[in-house]
Ligand binder design. Structure first.
Ligand code: ATP
Ligand code: MG
Length: 425
């Protein structure tokens, strides 16, 4: 019988990769803490309408990427393709947006039915951050500073660039939209098939086209920035000034429109050229009308999402040294007659030395074969427990990585020695 395989585009994350995941997650947590963000967790499954209403009917995600199905009751459910909609839903439902501002983050799997390739999976992970109740543009600039700090914490600042744009308000977008439709109608014979379809439904997305034949036409299209109302323009200029004040470099990209319908005013992406075609590591922006649209209070909001797999690829590419060696701990080699004593000693060591891996050999075998396993485990030391050691109430400590004489120590001396090692590791 052939074995059952995983679903295409939904890879396992095996133990050889999880050390890097955990290291990156720890560093991300540190940055999020430093700016006062709190974690929120919400379900992977939501009612389909939550996504179709918020993300927009004529977006890539809703048109062709959602994992939707009917449950046993005939209700249409969808595996979350992104986090913002669910986060907003959860905040409204739990009354988190009444009066106070909220700074929240979440991390976990997202699901999109896309063609699997490098940097593109069907189950992938995002770190999402959302901030509610602040008008900006100071908060817009602060979350950019936060992302810049993440790149520094991971040693990849040199490999990413910031692109920004403003999408203005619904009013300025409507005026721009009309100008775009007029412009593209005049050049209808140059539009590709996708763009012709979008001409009526979502002309702004034509600007986002990845078709090289569309570049020239798009370059000359009416620019949204020319249609911004004074307060949107001021918001954007102030935002740019705050970035400059913090020494954060950026590029104005007028074709940056983002794939989702709910954005307004500030939008941004961090991109890299180190990963080939799938070069966007982080994307986000302001979505002031969304909370109200979903039945909540009229609070301004903004956020971003980082694609964790792309982030990890980038770390491996430009900063492969990220994971330090750490202390590899000890491996207890034991005469099977003294297994019970060894287990008690192992527990004592774990109590006394938090953070130090303590592996005990289980399942018997000769000292020789146990030492081989100790070596292969990557442990720094072997702790030997044989008849002599149990009799003298001492342990023998052998350095597995350096040529040094074996030490005879009492348990207290051993703990003191290893505590010192942990401190300097
Ligand atoms: P793209 O243009 O690459 O399709 P997107 O605009 O659809 O990206 P967002 O919805 O903004 O992406 O999601 C934020 C981030 O999540 C992306 O910048 C990317 O890093 C990551 N991401 C999105 N889709 C995938 C996927 N299918 N596989 C892996 N990572 C993804
Ligand atoms: Mg996409």
């Amino acid at each position: 019988m052939s074995s059952i395989r995983s679903i295409r585009g939904m890879p396992d994350i095996t133990p050889d990769q999880t050390a890097l995941w955990r290291e990156v997650e720890t560093r991300l947590n540190g940055v999020l803490d430093a700016y006062g963000y709190e974690e929120i967790r919400f379900p992977l499954l939501e009612k389909t309408a939550l996504f179709s209403r918020t993300i927009g009917e004529v977006t890539d995600i809703v048109e062709k990427e959602m994992y939707s199905f009917e449950d046993r009751n005939g209700e249409s459910l969808t595996l979350r393709p992104e986090g913002t909609a669910g986060c907003v839903r959860a905040c409204i439902q739990n009354g988190l947006l009444n009066q106070q501002s909220q700074k929240l983050w979440y991390r976990g799997p997202m699901f999109r039915y896309e063609r699997p390739q490098k940097g593109r999976q069907r189950q992938f992970h995002q770190l999402g951050l959302e901030c509610f109740g602040l008008q900006g543009p100071d908060i817009d600039a602060e979350i950019i500073a936060l992302t810049a700090r993440i790149w520094r914490a991971l040693g990849i600042s040199e490999a990413v660039q910031l692109e920004i744009n403003s999408l203005g308000s619904p009013v300025s977008r409507a005026a721009h939209r009309q100008a775009l439709v007029d412009y593209f109608r005049q050049h209808a014979n140059q539009l590709d098939e996708d763009s012709q379809r979008r001409l009526e439904s979502n002309p702004l997305r034509i600007l986002d086209s990845k078709n090289p034949d569309m570049q020239e036409l798009n370059e000359a299209a009416p620019r949204l920035l020319d249609f911004l109302e004074p307060d949107c323009r001021e918001h954007f200029e102030h935002f740019c000034g705050l970035l400059e004040g913090m020494g954060i470099g950026y590029q104005l990209n007028q074709r940056l429109v983002r794939g989702l319908d709910y954005y307004s005013r500030t939008v941004f992406e961090w991109t890299t050229s180190a990963l080939g075609a799938q070069g966007t590591v982080c994307g986000g922006g302001r979505y002031d009308g969304l909370v109200k649209q979903l039945g909540g209070p009229d609070v301004p909001a903004l956020g971003f999402a980082i694609g964790i797999e792309r982030l990890l690829m980038l770390v491996q590419e430009v900063n492969p040294e990220l994971i330090g060696a750490g202390h590899r701990g000890l491996f207890i080699v034991v005469d099977p007659a003294f297994t019970a004593q060894a287990m008690a000693i192992a527990e004592t060591l774990r109590n006394q030395l938090p953070g130090m891996p303590v592996l005990q050999h289980l399942g018997g075998g000769s000292f020789k074969s146990q030492f081989k396993k100790a070596d292969r485990s990557g442990a720094r030391y072997a702790l030997v427990l044989g008849e002599n050691e149990i009799g003298s109430k001492q342990v023998s400590l052998k350095d597995l990585r350096e040529e040094k004489p074996q030490q005879q120590l009492s348990l207290d001396e051993l703990c003191a020695f290893l505590r010192q090692e942990l401190r300097s590791a």
